[in-house]
Ligand binder design. Structure first.
Ligand code: SF4
Ligand code: SF4
Length: 99
């Protein structure tokens, strides 16, 4: 069972600091579509744009990237989760990626 949790959605936080999600705020037009398509509360509105407020909630599904018309988002799908699984094997502990 995961020892890393979130108060907003318990059990859905992944491994801290491994997500490859990145935002180029200068390209963002503030459409907020990434917030609508993301299954987790990763993004939040910020002054006509968005910010990545909870990066550790990102499971690298790629939905936000596919729906961003401005190419403001990048992510390597599955990288963070794969890293988490490998780390858990090395530590002989359970993986936080398997909810
Ligand atoms: S989908 Fe892209 S352009 Fe729209 S708010 Fe999100 S990052 Fe900005
Ligand atoms: S990759 Fe998936 S989980 Fe991560 S921010 Fe984008 S839509 Fe949300």
């Amino acid at each position: 069972m995961s020892s890393v949790t979130t108060a907003m959605r318990p059990g859905l936080r992944y491994v801290p600091g491994v997500t490859t999600l990145a935002l180029d705020a200068e390209k963002c037009n503030g459409c907020l579509l990434c917030i609508k398509v993301c299954p987790h509360p990763v993004f939040a509105p910020l002054k006509g744009s968005v910010e990545i407020r909870e990066p550790d909630l990102c499971m690298e599904c790629g939905a936000c990237v596919k729906n961003c018309s401005e190419d403001a988002l990048t992510v390597n799908p599955g990288t963070g989760c794969a890293v988490a699984i490998l780390r858990s094997w090395l530590r002989r502990s359970s993986s936080e990626c398997v909810a």
